[in-house]
Design a binder for this molecule. Structure first.
Ligand SMILES: Cc1cc2nc3c(=O)[nH]c(=O)nc-3n(C[C@H](O)[C@H](O)[C@H](O)COP(=O)(O)OP(=O)(O)OC[C@H]3O[C@@H](n4cnc5c(N)ncnc54)[C@H](O)[C@@H]3O)c2cc1C
Length: 417
């Protein structure tokens, strides 16, 4: 086989999966990555004795693409207990498995978040989505998630106490305006699998993907500023001539004749605290439905995997969806909220880190599950990937990477050198 100069722009999971596919076909791609690390938006930092994921995120074990590319056993996935702990001051309670076995929920527990009709609707929704093909989900007309829940007859109560805080934490926006397709997709993934994190942090996911690559060259700290035809211009001023290119980042600003709008992103603030002992004592997501709080959701990562703290303390991750960029006393405000929610004095919460993720999830209309190969082809030698092409998830990013590589390979077969 003639050696082709194939460049992939971006070392996130989309680029890594594309590289895996190209290697399988016998090619040796070069990945150009602007930052100093692989994994893009999936990253785990180490600070003192703690593993800090850059933004709270989970892998849903039912993701079909993750099942194709990840070895769950060697990742040592640690599963969350399905359901959530709902924090209402003075009345905190757990609802177990509402997305999978709603009828198993005791009426008493469920009545705190919804009505008997909600329980029935939850049951029918779960049943319907478990059976619905993924492709069919992504062909449905798109409305907002909030409209969808109302059309399905869910009460204001269950929307306020369960759906809103739960899906706000996933969609990273307060109004549930994310596409109903994404809601159905995520709901189905929860209903048919588990939320999980690798024992040693989410960063193990791209690490495992990269470990499969033996013929790929990584060029870190290498920002691409433009691509014209087959010439890649780097921030350093150097140029590279490519035979084939996969671009895994939004094209705006890189492809001179790209006329689409720039992609905008949802933000999230992720704060880490430690405490002597977890006040939840179970691997479950905590939700704070009352909108006067800054905190939307919280979780003791050490209840899921002890490896997140090497000093035996409990590591708490707090997610804030509201814009807190102008808050002056964020740490003390959040510690006081934690005191109200848990009854433990604010001074016992030791602040470890605050991570502001400005580019968390792309804001997308018309989200898709897959694209026909020719839609991922920009010109004769340039192919597009990245989660912004399909849907904002690890699954979407991987699928886009796989399909871009497939389109590139099929193009090479049709036009051999
Ligand atoms: C806080 C947060 C929470 C999330 N929660 C979840 C969740 O619970 N479940 C889930 O499935 N998904 C979640 N996601 C989404 C998921 O992480 C992303 O969909 C996925 O990682 C995107 O991968 P990607 O390869 O498409 O893009 P990226 O990971 O963004 O990779 C693109 C790479 O390209 C590099 N790059 C950018 N510009 C250039 C340039 N000009 N030249 C060279 N390199 C460049 C970037 O540095 C980056 O490394 C979350 C994301 C965040 C940030």
């Amino acid at each position: 086989m003639t050696e082709r100069r194939i460049y992939i722009v971006g070392a996130g999971v989309s680029g890594l999966v594309a590289a895996i596919e190209l290697e399988k076909a016998g090619y040796s791609p070069v990945i150009l990555e602007a930052s100093d690390h692989i994994g893009g938006r999936i990253r785990t930092l180490t600070k003192d004795a703690y593993l800090l994921d850059v933004g709270f995120q989970v892998l849903l074990t039912s993701y079909p693409e993750a099942q194709l590319y990840l070895n769950y056993e060697t990742l040592r996935l640690r599963k969350f207990q399905p359901g959530a702990v709902v924090f209402k001051p003075g009345d905190t309670f757990a609802i177990y498995d509402p997305l999978r076995n709603p009828f198993k929920l005791l009426n008493m527990a469920f009545s705190k978040v919804g009505t008997i009709f909600d329980k029935y609707r939850m049951f029918t929704l779960t049943k319907e989505l478990k059976e619905k093909q993924l492709e069919a989900i992504f062909l449905e007309p798109e409305i907002t998630t909030l409209q969808y829940l109302k059309i399905r007859g869910f009460s204001d109560k269950i929307i306020k106490y369960f759906f809103k805080p739960f899906f706000k934490g996933i969609f990273l926006e307060p109004y549930l305006e994310t596409s109903s397709r994404m809601f159905e997709f995520v709901f189905k993934m929860f209903a048919t699998g588990h939320a999980a994190i690798p024992e040693n942090g989410m960063g193990q996911i791209p690490k495992q993907l990269a470990a499969n690559l033996t013929q790929t060259t990584f060029r870190l700290n290498t920002k691409v500023t433009s691509i014209e035809k087959n010439v890649i211009r780097l921030e350093s001023g150097d140029t590279l001539t490519a035979d084939e290119i996969i671009l895994t980042v939004p094209p705006h600003g890189i492809l001179p004749n790209y006329t689409g709008a720039p992609v905008t992103y949802r933000k999230v603030t992720n704060m880490y605290f430690t405490l002597q002992k977890s006040f939840m004592a179970r691997p479950m997501i905590g939700l704070v439905p009352d909108e006067k709080y800054l905190i939307n959701n919280l979780l003791f990562l050490t209840d899921v995997s002890k490896e997140y703290a090497k000093d035996g303390r409990a590591l708490l991750s707090v997610s804030i969806i509201k814009d807190v960029s102008n808050e002056t006393n964020l740490v003390s405000q959040v510690a006081l909220e934690l005191e109200t929610l848990s009854g433990i004095l604010a001074e016992h919460f030791k602040h470890i880190e605050t991570i502001q993720v400005d580019k968390a999830l792309p804001v997308l209309n018309n989200i898709k599950y897959v694209l026909p190969a020719h839609h991922q082809q920009w010109n004769d030698h340039l192919f597009l990937a990245g989660d912004h092409l399909l849907n904002a998830s690890i699954n979407g990013a991987m699928a886009a990477g796989r399909k871009a590589a497939a389109a590139l390979l099929s193009n090479l077969h049709q036009h051999p050198v």
